[in-house]
Design a protein around this ligand. Structure first.
Ligand SMILES: Nc1nc2c(ncn2[C@@H]2O[C@H](COP(=O)(O)OP(=O)(O)OP(=O)(O)O)[C@@H](O)[C@H]2O)c(=O)[nH]1
Ligand SMILES: [Mg+2]
Length: 300
């Protein structure tokens, strides 16, 4: 058998389960996930290598109509993921959007379907609906005749993920490995640590607070034989948000620091001393200069 390789972009509305699917396909947690929409802000590359294939996945932010500059940058990330892609995975949350009405309302999705790209439609979260409804939805999409395949799947239960992989390998062109077999990600540990902290902010704080936060790693000192030292800045937009992050007598940030540290230690497999600071950068989500400084650029 010939070796196959290529790029596969994972696309869909916010909260469809794209990052959960990436993690399920890789068999390890690379991308942060949360029940709140717009968790992913930057593309995350994950590589799956087998004897006769190498799939380079790109998890992307959810497709939306941007209302402020950060969302515009997130959509630029989405757009940049499809250019090189050999296969597009379009995820639909079958509970929230059973026949794809919300998904196909997005002009961007229709543009993709009108392109030459091979699209596999994934009916995600089938664990939340009955078999009967699942079969009806499957039939509905198969009859549209727009997809290379339509696959009912549950990313959380790992249901049909192997079937999806077989389908992807089938669709990929012949080609060599682009990365060594043991490489799974191309981002730095710093990036993943900042994402883990952001994930814990999403878990601990309510309403708009997580949306107003960005996490930057200002220092990361590896120390053999003792704890790594990591200093992170949580950037918010307003003083009032800073007070909420810190909480009464520092109680909220203390809790955040503790659960974030445990998760970072699990990821790094090393003890760490984690220091968190909060900074206000007025309206950073609408500020080109700050967004650039925070790494929101077009390429990737
Ligand atoms: N029941 C069920 N829940 C799922 C499934 N896949 C994902 N979820 C949940 O859906 C929520 C959103 O998952 P994410 O993976 O963060 O979704 P996403 O598409 O990456 O979201 P954004 O990054 O915000 O665009 C999380 O609470 C997941 O646990 C699934 O197959 N079944
Ligand atoms: Mg995501």
């Amino acid at each position: 058998m010939k070796h196959k390789s290529g790029y596969v972009a994972i696309l869909g509305l916010p909260n469809a389960g794209k990052s959960t699917l990436l993690n399920a396909l890789l068999g390890q947690k690379l991308a942060i996930t949360n029940k709140k929409p717009q968790t992913t802000r930057k593309n995350i590359l994950g590589i799956l290598s087998g004897n006769d294939y190498q799939i380079i996945f790109l998890d992307t932010p959810g497709i939306l109509t941007p209302k402020y500059l950060l969302q515009k940058k997130m959509m630029e990330q989405v757009s940049s993921s499809t250019g090189n892609a050999d296969v597009l995975l379009l995820l639909i949350d079958v509970k929230e959007d059973p026949v794809g009405t919300k998904t196909f309302k997005q002009e961007y999705v229709n543009k993709l379907l009108g392109s030459e790209k091979q699209v596999v439609l994934i009916l995600n979260k089938v664990d939340l609906i009955t078999q009967e409804i699942s079969e009806k939805i499957l039939k509905h999409f198969e009859e549209m005749n727009k997809f290379k395949a339509v696959i009912p799947l549950s990313a959380t239960l790992n249901f049909n993920t192997q079937k999806l992989l077989n389908e992807i390998i089938e669709l990929l062109p012949e080609g060599p490995k682009f990365y060594p077999d043991d490489i799974v990600a191309d981002e730095s540990e710093r990036f993943f640590v900042s994402e883990i902290i952001r994930e814990k902010i999403l878990e601990l704080y309510k309403e708009e607070i997580p949306y107003s936060c960005e996490v930057l790693i200002s220092e990361f000192k590896e120390r053999k034989g003792s704890k790594d030292y990591i200093s992170a800045e949580i950037v918010v937009e307003r003083d009032s948000q800073k007070s909420i992050i810190i909480g009464k007598q520092g109680s909220a940030i203390k809790k955040l620091g503790q659960i974030a540290r445990e998760a970072v230690e699990e990821f790094l497999q090393h003890s760490v001393f984690l220091e968190l600071r909060v900074k206000v950068r007025k309206k950073w989500r609408s500020d080109e200069k700050w967004l650039k400084a925070f790494g929101y650029s077009k390429d990737k």
